[in-house]
Design a binder for this molecule. Structure first.
Ligand code: RB5
Length: 145
């Protein structure tokens, strides 16, 4: 799978950790985040990754800021992006199975390394179930104007 990662200064170390792990699992990782701890504006990275996923330049996106909140709010401004902040594996699994989330948002100051890896694994391996969940996702998409 081709996975694009974007992050602000708070997410640099987590990005490196997840990149290594995703590559070990056989995925291709595209880095669109900052590699510096100098302060940057997280919305730009959320928007860029979400845009790329919607344009199918990547299969899934992972975005990281301090909490995962700000960057996910920015990503969800992009039509067709469904970014989900996940703080445990069940959320990540259900975000894929029920919400067809295409971008995982993580808070580097919220979740530890092992949990972040477990969340990422659940997200990447999760498969959308469609059916009634498809109807609901379609409704969400129809609310965009
Ligand atoms: C940056 O300090 C911090 O505000 C950002 O990483 C994120 O947590 C915003 O939601």
């Amino acid at each position: 799978m081709k996975i694009m990662i974007g992050n602000d200064h708070a997410g640099v170390e987590m990005k490196k950790l997840l990149t290594q792990q995703l590559q070990e699992w056989g995925h291709e990782v595209i880095n669109r985040g900052t590699d510096s701890i100098d302060s940057v504006n997280y919305p730009e990275f959320g928007k860029e990754v979400a845009n790329a996923v919607v344009k199918e330049e990547a299969d899934l996106g992972i975005i990281i800021c301090g909490t995962g909140i700000g960057i996910s709010i920015a990503a969800n401004k992009v039509k067709g992006a469904r970014a989900a902040v996940c703080t445990n594996e069940l959320m990540a699994d259900l975000a894929r199975r029920h919400n067809n989330a295409n971008v995982l948002a993580l808070g580097a100051r919220i979740v530890g390394d092992e949990l972040a890896i477990a969340i990422t694994k659940a997200f990447v391996e999760g498969k959308f179930e469609g059916g009634r969940h498809g109807t609901r996702v379609d409704l969400i998409e129809s609310y965009r104007c």
